[in-house]
Design a protein around this ligand. Structure first.
Ligand code: BTN
Length: 236
């Protein structure tokens, strides 16, 4: 990844830039193309949230044209990719752990990095997906954390290099490797979590992942399988 790389000053969102480049009739972006930006004016987060880019944040997006072997990405693959990307980010950052599905948090629960996967679904598969990663390196929004608290001399360029190597490894890993890597990087398993359900909040203990990467939570009302949305970590 990153063999083709564009480095921009200000853009709306690197997610949009990767798509524009992928659609360029003259020189379409290849698989693994990367767009890095200094600033985003309309950075997106998961679930319709926005992502604030202060100076000091590493923000980039990677184009995925299909999965292992260049075949279109299937729904099971698309479910595991965000977890695989989370493992890559945790490994490259060398600190903190993952809140399901893929937020990188400090041990005391402040957010260091976020990941957004946008797939162009056609029926049950996607020929194209854009993976976006934002990491607080030298500064962070209020209440969040940044990597300089742990690694004061880390540069964004160095981190990007490590990340692209880890992404190469984890995005092409087998489902079992991804699940194992995620369990090892988890800050969620064994913890008390709060789920938002249509009937209101429900507390339980996160026990494991299933084969699809969904989170299994033991609650007073029985075992729940969480495949989308957020969980809140509670207590310790
Ligand atoms: C989240 O935590 O909700 C995900 C945040 C993802 C932010 C990254 S920054 C690079 C890429 N461009 C965007 O607009 N969003 C992602």
């Amino acid at each position: 990844y990153g063999q083709a790389l564009r480095y921009l000053g200000t853009t709306t969102s690197t997610q949009d830039e990767v798509r524009r480049w992928a659609d360029d009739p003259e020189q379409p972006a290849p698989h693994g193309a990367v767009v890095v930006a200094e600033r985003q004016t309309a950075g997106r987060g998961r679930r319709g949230r926005s992502w604030e880019t202060t100076g000091g944040t590493l923000v980039f997006s990677v184009l995925l044209r299909g999965g292992r072997g260049g075949q279109p990405l299937t729904l099971p693959e698309l479910a595991l990719l965000p977890l695989a990307a989370g493992v890559a980010v945790q490994r490259a950052a060398g600190v903190g752990g993952l809140k399901w599905p893929n937020d990188l948090l400090t041990p005391d629960g402040r957010k260091l990095a976020g990941i957004l996967l946008e797939a162009d679904l056609r029926g049950e598969e996607a020929r194209r997906a854009v993976l976006g990663i934002g990491i607080n390196v030298g500064a962070a929004p209020d209440g969040a954390a940044h990597l300089h608290e742990f690694w004061p001399t880390l540069t964004r360029a160095h981190l990007l290099g490590d990340l692209l190597r880890e992404l190469q490894r984890w995005l092409t890993a087998s489902p079992d490797e991804i699940l194992g890597g995620w369990r090892a990087a988890s800050l969620t398993l064994g913890r008390s979590v709060r789920l938002q359900t249509p009937g209101g909040p429900l507390d339980g203990v996160a026990t494991d992942l299933d084969a699809h990467g969904s989170l299994l939570v033991t609650t007073p009302q029985g075992l729940r399988t969480v495949s989308a949305g957020d969980v809140q970590l509670i207590g310790d």
